[in-house]
Design a protein around this ligand. Structure first.
Ligand SMILES: *[C@@H]1O[C@H](CO)[C@@H](O)[C@H](O)[C@H]1NC(C)=O
Ligand SMILES: *[C@@H]1O[C@H](CO)[C@@H](O)[C@H](O)[C@H]1NC(C)=O
Length: 585
């Protein structure tokens, strides 16, 4: 009996020392320069992933990452749309600070040939890691701009923002890239072009009739001919719009060169995977930073034969399962090259799933689980709460789950610290290092408040009250939704301001710790702390506002309008076409 007790005590002591030692060893990882592999999905919902509660979709590789690493349950994107969220991810700053937002109704950069983009004076983590001697690569989607003044100045190009290697799409995968896909751009534009063509035709007819009947001077024939030409060009543009968009936006680049325009969609996935594997093999001596920015699971859901019809959730589910397989292939490469223990791996989505992406009756967008709202909605949880998993075997505890608020912006200071660099001191960085939470040396997140913007307009804010554990969320504005669904009126993506938005004064208040689905707004009658909480959050918002500086907004109308002289073109404009990628694998 005594011996047993004795043995137990010693066992406990030894175990305690061993664990304590491991924790202590683990807690001083800053400057330890691991390899860093960041994987970002496009439009994947938190409810689409097995380890976040989906029982019917198969994501074994992502789930295994969570089993072997740390799973974040309150991981938040800084915006519910691609361009601003990605800008915040790369810079560690709210996108209003870099100007990667609009005030004019655009939600993302619209074309490859626009002048807006991530400003050259913004510092990405890739830039800092590059200076720290990391080999840095970006594969896949960029969507942060390309040119400023000429078609090849590449002022916003990934290679000018700290990446030594780039292979992928400078813009984004879109429904418009595939014939018959769910169109994000062409349907709306087509209507505008057609109306413009009608106006021009009417002007031409009026002028011609005037000249013919001598009501107008003879000189009116020339403008009549001009208007006819404009009408014909607009009508042609409208007719060929689909093909024009495919050439203008759906192309691949390697470094500074366009290598496939338009893309051959069926080959893109194998090409990206091949490039990722080659990058890892090439840089296995390390240290490296690879950002794998998936084109999955954005519409048009390009999926290879092996995965078609495999899932229980239609084409969307097939596409998710294919991406999971790609994750597995990349992790297998780390294993094969002996890199698993020296590499920190991160997986997240740029924002929530797009509930409104539907083709007929089939859902072509993601699922946000119990969370309300969708991609494009400023503050509702479903647009911003995303999967977030970090694995680093031997350093981070396996199977840990962190419920504290964390942000995609936190990746910036985290990887900079690991690489032994310093975050810029001349600007506000909104991200906070994740290391204490990941290692378990801190139990609370540094984010007492987080702000939820819809472009340049603040829609909501959250307050994580440490002492009580309450998680308050205050909404100042919410998108006006149709009564019968969680969608906005007649649009694929909700607006951030104007008629399509409901303003709330007093604001809507929710306690996410009791009501994560934001189903029951609290009132001063139901919540005695109502005024105290909303006033406290208002003060935090005010303090944040005072830290903002006016900057040019990159997504506003002029910077976000197609210009022929900025059109990236392989070949002679306007005949932009080439294929230097060959047949893939
Ligand atoms: C799993 O994901 C699919 C695809 O988005 C979705 O339709 C389904 O509702 C999800 N299931 C659960 C239990 O969340
Ligand atoms: C970058 O330049 C713009 C002017 O173009 C300026 O408003 C902004 O403050 C600068 N940003 C930084 C981080 O220096």
């Amino acid at each position: 009996m005594f011996r047993l007790e004795w043995t137990r005590t010693w066992l406990a002591v030894i175990l305690g020392v061993a664990l304590g030692w491991e924790a202590a060893a683990g807690s001083d990882v800053s400057g330890s320069r691991p390899n860093i592999l960041l994987m970002l999905a496009d439009d994947l919902g938190i409810g689409d992933v097995g380890c976040y509660g989906n029982r019917t979709i198969r994501t074994p590789n992502i789930d295994q990452l969570a089993t072997d690493g740390v799973r974040l349950t309150q991981h938040l994107a800084a915006a519910s749309m691609c361009t601003p969220s990605r800008a915040a991810f790369l810079t560690g700053r709210y996108p209003v600070r870099s100007g990667m937002v609009s005030s004019s109704g655009y939600r993302v950069l619209q074309w490859a040939a626009v002048s807006g983009g991530l400003p050259t004076n913004e510092t990405t983590f890739a830039k800092i890691l590059q200076e720290q001697g990391y080999a840095t690569g970006l594969i896949g989607k960029w969507h942060l701009g390309l040119n400023c003044e000429r078609a090849e100045d590449h002022c916003h190009h990934p290679l000018l923002h700290g990446f030594d290697h780039f292979f992928g799409m400078p813009l984004s995968m879109m429904g418009d890239c595939a014939p018959g896909g769910l169109s994000e751009k062409s349907a709306r534009l087509q209507r505008r072009l057609e109306s413009a063509a009608h106006v021009a035709a009417l002007v031409a007819l009026t002028l011609a009739a005037g000249a013919a009947t001598h009501l107008l001077p003879r000189g009116a024939w020339a403008p009549a001919a001009g208007a006819t030409l404009v009408a014909a060009l607009l009508a042609a543009a409208s007719h060929f719009l689909g093909a024009l968009i495919v050439h203008a936006d759906c192309f691949l680049m390697r470094g500074h060169d366009i290598t496939q325009q338009p893309m051959r969609l069926a080959l893109t996935m194998p090409l990206m995977l091949q490039d990722a594997v080659a990058f890892l093999r090439r840089h296995k001596e390390g240290p490296f930073l690879l950002v794998m920015s998936f084109l999955h699971v954005h519409t048009p859901l390009v999926t290879t034969g092996k995965f078609l019809g495999r899932s229980r959730h239609g084409l969307y589910g097939d596409n998710v399962e294919e991406m999971d397989w790609m994750v597995g292939q990349i992790l297998d490469t780390l294993d094969a090259e002996g890199l698993t223990r020296s590499t920190l791996v991160y997986f997240a989505s740029d924002h929530g799933g797009a509930l409104e992406a539907r083709m007929g009756s089939e859902q072509h967008g993601g699922w946000n689980g119990i969370y309300r709202g969708s991609k494009g909605m400023g503050g509702w949880e479903g647009g911003i709460r995303v999967p977030g998993i970090v694995r680093w075997p031997g350093v981070l505890p396996a199977g840990r789950v962190v419920h504290e608020p964390t942000s995609l912006m936190d990746v910036f200071p985290t990887v900079v610290e690991l690489a032994g660099g310093q975050v810029p001191q001349d600007r506000v960085i909104d991200g906070r290092t994740l290391l204490p939470l990941l290692l378990g040396t801190a139990s609370h997140s540094d984010h007492e408040f987080l702000l939820h913007y819809c472009e340049s307009s603040l829609h909501a804010a959250r307050w994580h009250q440490r002492q009580t554990g309450a998680l308050w969320k205050v909404h100042y504005a919410t998108p006006a939704l149709r009564a019968d669904s969680d969608a906005c009126y007649g649009r694929l993506v909700c607006p951030c301001s104007g008629d399509g938005v409901l303003r709330h004064d007093p604001p809507l208040l929710f306690d996410l710790s009791r009501d994560p689905s934001e189903a029951h707004a609290l009132t001063p009658d139901t919540e005695p702390l109502f005024h105290q909480v909303t006033e406290r959050v208002a003060r935090a918002v005010e303090r944040h506002r005072r830290s903002l500086r006016p900057v040019p907004l990159q997504l506003d109308a002029w910077g976000n309008t197609w210009r022929p002289w900025l059109q990236p073109c392989c070949g002679r404009f306007p005949f932009c076409a080439c294929d230097r990628e060959g047949g893939g694998q």
